[in-house]
Design a protein around this ligand. Structure first.
Ligand SMILES: [Zn+2]
Length: 364
């Protein structure tokens, strides 16, 4: 009886107001992760290259609640593709909760008898070994030529059967096509330092030096024509689909192709650059396209890596986490200007770091 008396009328009202205000403050505070949450939250690095049978980086990732998606890439020879496939298969068997992999195929013998059938048989094998997707690389459009010396572009009819097969099987295509727009500029005009250093070290891919190759716009148009031919093919555009220089352009791409998503690998500098210019615009882009962006780094473990390599990977992961979850003032060696973190709500962070990778790559 006393309790009822205590809570009578006005007091009860005040008590309810207090409880509601209190829980609103708590839930508001809990709506965001902090830097300290980094190692506790389940995450996927959806763009990783495990080019070794060594497992030190996998162990380190595991400790920090990172699951790795290892992407095989035809950037060397066909033998390397087979080696990486074997290492990936082993890692998947030994770390079933922490590692998934993506297969690729070679272009040797392109246009010759049997290339399509052999490639389909190889992909069938990779998928039955556990591959969750198939990757194509920028050497399509920038390097490989057919028997008449024409550059093979991604919308070449020679790929039609391969992409129809993937679409029918529900296997996504992961694609690094073209390059950052900076690649068509002189090194001193590039917006981020990782681009100027990469293209200075790899002049064969620095398109400013090779005006005889297709333009940036032609690379993007070939990709779009391929997607128009294959509306049922799930597509993950690596490196912000080479539209890293403008979240507006990237939004346009995602609007045009509802079956496409993008990973952020190796393009954080471009996001920092745009955030320094207009933070609200970048933040609004992440909010609007929260279901179609995957976190990834493009870290490559070639084996024989030192402890300082792993420390560097951890620092990259922590820097990106700070940028996405806090509104800290930050500096990065990738760009000149300072910028503030995006402080995205938990729900969006969980999608970018985890649920989107699981959904787009159909990982359990
Ligand atoms: Zn990569």
């Amino acid at each position: 009886m006393k309790i009822i008396k205590f809570f009578s009328a006005k007091r009860l009202h005040r008590f309810i107001v207090l409880v509601l205000t209190g829980s609103a403050i708590i839930s508001c505070k809990n709506n965001y992760y902090s830097q300290a949450d980094f190692s506790n939250v389940p995450k996927v690095d959806a763009h990783f290259h495990l080019y070794t049978g060594e497992t030190g980086t996998l162990e380190m990732a595991n400790k920090n609640n990172f699951r790795l998606l290892g992407i095989n890439t035809y950037s060397g020879d066909c033998e390397h593709v087979a080696d990486v496939h074997q290492w990936s298969k082993n890692a998947r068997e030994n770390y079933p909760d922490n590692f998934e992999f993506i297969a690729t195929f070679c272009l040797e013998g392109w246009g010759g008898p049997g290339w399509t059938d052999n490639t389909l048989a190889w992909l069938e094998q990779c998928i039955s070994d556990g591959a969750v997707a198939v990757k194509v690389w920028k050497n399509i459009g920038m390097e490989f030529r057919d028997n008449e010396s024409n550059l093979i572009m991604i919308d070449d009819p020679g790929f039609d059967e391969i992409f129809f097969y993937l679409a029918n099987k529900g296997i996504p295509l992961t694609a690094h096509l073209g390059e950052p727009k900076n690649c068509w500029l002189p090194a001193e005009e590039m917006t981020v330092k990782n681009d100027s250093s990469y293209f200075t070290r790899n002049p064969q891919y620095h398109m400013f030096l090779h005006p005889e190759f297709p333009s940036y716009e032609e690379q993007m148009a070939a990709r779009d024509r391929m997607l128009q031919k294959n509306p049922d093919l799930a597509f993950i555009g690596c490196h912000l689909a080479s539209l890293e220089w403008s979240v507006d352009e990237l939004a346009g791409f995602l609007d045009r192709f509802p079956n496409a998503s993008v990973d952020m690998a190796a393009r954080m500098g471009q996001l920092f650059y745009q955030t320094a210019e207009n933070r609200d615009k970048v933040r609004n882009f992440f909010i609007k396209y929260q279901d179609r962006i995957l976190y990834g780094t493009d870290v490559t473990d070639r084996g024989g890596e030192s402890e300082s390599f792993r420390q560097g990977v951890l620092l990259t992961w922590q820097r990106d986490w700070e940028f996405l979850v806090t509104d800290n003032k930050m500096q990065s060696n990738l760009i000149n200007d300072g910028f503030r973190g995006l402080k995205l709500p938990k729900e969006i962070i969980d999608k970018i770091y985890y649920h989107n990778a699981k959904k787009w790559y159909k990982i359990n």
